[in-house]
Design a protein around this ligand. Structure first.
Ligand SMILES: [Zn+2]
Length: 127
């Protein structure tokens, strides 16, 4: 499994007291805190950090983040972010998550609509 730093959102293979990337202390690490911090990172103003947080949420299949991802995807015009949200919702794969992808397939942006429809049809072929 991978570990993630909730300061800079780097991932690393071995559990450690300090982040190997940014050097910040991780001793207060707990799964609950980590998940909450990850959901908070969805408010992060920096696009790469936001994108990374969305990606990690998908890897962890964090269903608790779905409502926030839903809000984020609807107000967002940034295709990179919206497509990352779609990937993550498909990875989570709950009924609620898939429903949001369905809604995104009617998004105002044609590139988002296309991406969501394709993600949805590939999800449906595999389930
Ligand atoms: Zn770090």
């Amino acid at each position: 499994m991978s570990f993630y730093c909730y300061h800079c959102w780097s991932d690393f293979e071995k559990e450690s007291d300090c982040c190997p990337k940014c050097g910040k202390e991780l001793s207060s690490f707990s799964a609950l805190n980590f998940h909450e911090k990850l959901i908070c990172a969805l408010d992060h103003p920096e696009r790469l950090t936001l994108q990374r947080a969305i990606w990690i949420i998908g890897n962890l299949r964090l269903e608790k983040a779905v409502p926030k991802l839903s809000i984020l995807s609807k107000g967002c015009q940034d295709f990179v972010i919206v497509s990352e949200i779609i990937n993550t919702l498909i990875k989570i794969g709950s009924a609620e998550a898939v429903k949001i992808v369905e809604e995104l397939s009617t998004h105002t942006s044609s590139i988002v609509r296309k991406y969501a429809s394709e993600a949805l049809s590939s999800y449906l072929t595999h389930h």
